[in-house]
Design a protein. Structure first.
Ligand code: PMP
Length: 429
């Protein structure tokens, strides 16, 4: 970090002193942005960075219409959900209208973590069970209850005694033809163990593109057998749509639809407000009503009129501008570019994607896990120096995590591919 400009070095020292160690910075040479517009972020010197990482501003950074809707409502009133407010009901109806008809209830939250925390409470209430089944590198959020079912946090948290982790077929090297059976068998043994210990099954909680496990999307439908097994055992199925939701997978509005299942509860966050903190739990009437009639859920900021006006504008633009369809087309273009690159560079080991969410495994088979991880990190940093933002994911952190705003155009895809090729050539040299 010694070659950092004085201005950045001083800021890092002050950050460390006041914010402490839990505030991590991305990149060896941290970036400082002062402005965002569409696919681009700008540093204080006016240098533009192409954003292929941030999935919150799906409609692009600082979308003028979203900002206008937010500002207009903020200038009028920001009220909570205990007052009669037609826009709250209008948006709630619109939102559940994008789901299969069984899912017709919604409760608003402020973050993805709150959504998952609430969904777990509802699932435990409705099922009478305690056990929660998650994938082996899942991340579901920050609250105590959801951090305790997030193995991705590693040694930093004590996992709940009620959590059971299941391996995914892809990382376990299982052929696609056996993927569903493998997943279901893992789930069945988790259920057996939970029941044997008298905990019962409250929920299967999964992000259907398994983003923190390294982006394992195929084959579509592989989760269906496991989902059925959980229902059979009296548990609820919670689809964490914080990552795949709102059209990112290109083919569907919601990630679970790719797998041909209908969950009991669905949790939303990140792109719902294009940057404004708003989330939700959408669910089937029975568990939602059972919980709502007995338990109390009042959340000061959730569903406030400013958040609702913002989310409403986001949904309007998403539909009007055919953002999901764009994610599909640009995902195909990006995949073709990456495949071409993989033919030239054996360091590109595998490419997985659904729409505009990619995991790109880095490092050839014959190198060590540590070498592959180091190479992925070198590529991420080389691309940053070249003005393109990506990160890593997966159990070994050796997959590039690529998930641009969904307004990405062909010219951005081509710039990204050129930068990735330069980085791989430099790093693999
Ligand atoms: N679920 C998933 C799958 C996530 O990726 C995240 C955030 N990275 C969360 C939940 C938590 O969302 P938030 O940070 O908004 O609380």
């Amino acid at each position: 970090e010694s070659d950092l400009p004085e201005r950045e070095a001083a800021l890092i020292a002050r950050r460390d002193a006041v914010l402490g160690a839990s505030y991590r910075l991305q990149y060896r040479r941290p970036v400082h942005f002062v402005r965002g517009e569409g696919m681009w972020l700008y540093d204080p010197d006016g240098r533009a960075y192409l954003d292929f990482y941030n999935n919150v501003p799906s409609l692009g950074h600082c979308h003028p219409e979203v900002n206008a809707a937010m500002a207009k409502q903020a200038a009028r009133i920001s009220a909570n959900t205990r007052y009669l407010e037609p826009r709250l009901v209008d948006y709630a109806e619109r939102l559940v209208g994008t789901f299969p008809e069984e899912l017709d209830r919604v409760v608003f939250t402020c973050t993805g973590s709150e959504s998952n925390d609430l969904a777990l409470r509802i699932a435990r209430f409705a099922s009478g069970g305690e056990g929660v089944i998650v994938s082996s590198y899942a991340y579901h959020g920050t609250s105590g209850a959801v951090a305790a079912v997030s193995p991705n946090l590693g040694d930093a948290v004590k996992l709940s005694p009620f959590v059971r982790m299941v391996s995914l077929p892809g990382p376990a090297g299982i052929p696609e033809s056996q993927a569903g059976d493998f997943f279901e068998a893992q789930i069945r043994s988790a259920i057996l163990d939970l029941n044997r210990r008298g905990m019962g099954v409250a929920a299967l909680l999964i992000d259907s593109i398994f983003s923190s496990d390294g982006v394992w999307v195929d084959p579509p439908g592989f989760i269906a057998g496991g989902v059925a097994a959980v229902r059979e055992a009296g548990g609820l199925v919670i689809a964490d749509e914080v990552q795949p939701g709102f059209g990112r997978t290109g083919t569907h509005m919601w990630g679970f639809e790719r797998h041909g299942i209908v969950p009991d509860l669905v949790t939303l966050g990140k792109p719902m407000g294009n940057g404004f903190p708003i989330g939700a739990v959408v669910g089937r009437q029975a568990p939602m009503e059972r919980f709502g009639a007995t338990a109390r859920y009042s959340n000061t900021f959730a569903g406030n009129t400013v958040g609702i006006a913002t989310a409403d504008a986001v949904l309007t633009i998403l539909e009007r501008d055919q953002i999901r369809q764009n994610a599909l087309a640009m995902g195909q273009r990006l995949r073709a570019g990456l495949e071409e690159m993989a033919m030239k560079h054996r360091e590109v080991r595998a490419i997985r994607n659904a729409g505009l969410f990619f995991g790109v495994d880095i490092g050839s088979e014959d190198t060590s896990a540590a070498a592959r991880r180091a190479m992925a990190l070198d590529i991420v940093n080389a691309m940053r120096d070249d003005g393109v933002l990506v990160s890593t994911t997966g159990a070994n952190e050796d997959a590039l995590k690529v998930r641009p705003p969904l307004v990405c155009g062909a010219e951005h895809v081509d710039l990204f591919i050129a930068a990735a090729e330069r980085a791989i050539t430099t790093v693999a040299g």
